[in-house]
Design a binder for this molecule. Structure first.
Ligand SMILES: [Zn+2]
Length: 245
């Protein structure tokens, strides 16, 4: 497990190809996303590794409702009373009422080795069996969310219709989730700030526009949904992402 404290009390954890974040506030913990369904052991182990227990996890904030981000949400909600949050525009996806995700059929058509590897990994980690969240609380754009650490929602639709980044202003951290990532999902050699491939976006043009939301936020660490944290100002990360397309 890759686990790194990128700022005081903010832990980046890399699950299988997907990141999540543990945000510590006193003895309480907020989890931001949780990998694929089959990342469950890693999710639980990460909490233990920072010296907390699942009983300390008060909330999970979903940046969006894809299978590789909400993997443990329903389980932790049911088994440990963790309150699950997402943007009001993301509820239907979190609950599994709509899809907005590249299908494995589309992936299968793209029979190239790198894409195949991505698909196999997704399937192995439960990508075909999403665990939907049946009870979710909502927040709006620009709101400090009422969970430990009080992250501020940065509404950045495009990847999904209710996708949000999270700004931890006091920590100097910006969680960009899948609006801006630092590794290509099909070609791990392609690193650095970039947009997720067009095929993965519900509305790619909207996703390009949403990058503007990040540029004026103050942060010196960016934690993406996929890839390693990146150090620098969001404005620079956005410029690089736009440049590589
Ligand atoms: Zn993702």
């Amino acid at each position: 497990m890759h686990l790194e404290e990128v700022a005081g009390g903010v832990f980046w954890v890399e699950a299988s190809h997907t990141n999540f974040v543990l945000l510590v506030d006193g003895t309480d913990v907020t989890m931001v996303d949780s990998g694929y369904p089959k990342d469950r052991d890693l999710v639980d182990a990460s909490v233990a590794k920072i010296g907390r227990s699942l009983a300390d996890v008060q909330a999970m904030v979903l940046t969006h409702g894809h299978v590789d981000h909400k993997g443990s949400a329903e389980r932790l909600r049911l088994d440990h009373g963790v309150a699950v949050y997402c943007h009001s525009g993301e509820v239907r996806l979190a609950r599994g009422e709509i899809r907005q995700q590249i299908s494995t059929w589309e992936l299968r058509r793209a029979w190239r080795p790198k894409i195949f590897r991505f698909a196999v990994n997704a399937i192995r980690h439960g990508g075909l069996r999403p665990e939907h969240v049946t009870d979710v609380s909502t927040f709006g754009d620009g709101e400090p969310i009422d969970v430990p650490g009080n992250p501020i929602a940065v509404f950045t639709p495009g990847h999904t219709e209710g996708h949000c980044g999270l700004h931890l202003a006091e920590k100097g951290v910006l969680i960009t989730a899948d609006a801006l990532i630092t590794v290509d999902l099909w070609d791990p050699e392609r690193r650095g700030p970039q947009m997720i491939r067009r095929q993965f976006n519900y509305n790619h043009d909207q996703a390009i526009e949403s990058l503007d939301r990040f540029t004026d936020l103050e942060a010196d660490v960016i934690v993406p949904g996929h890839g390693e944290p990146w150090r620098g100002h969001p404005r620079e990360a956005v410029a690089q992402a736009r440049a590589v397309g």
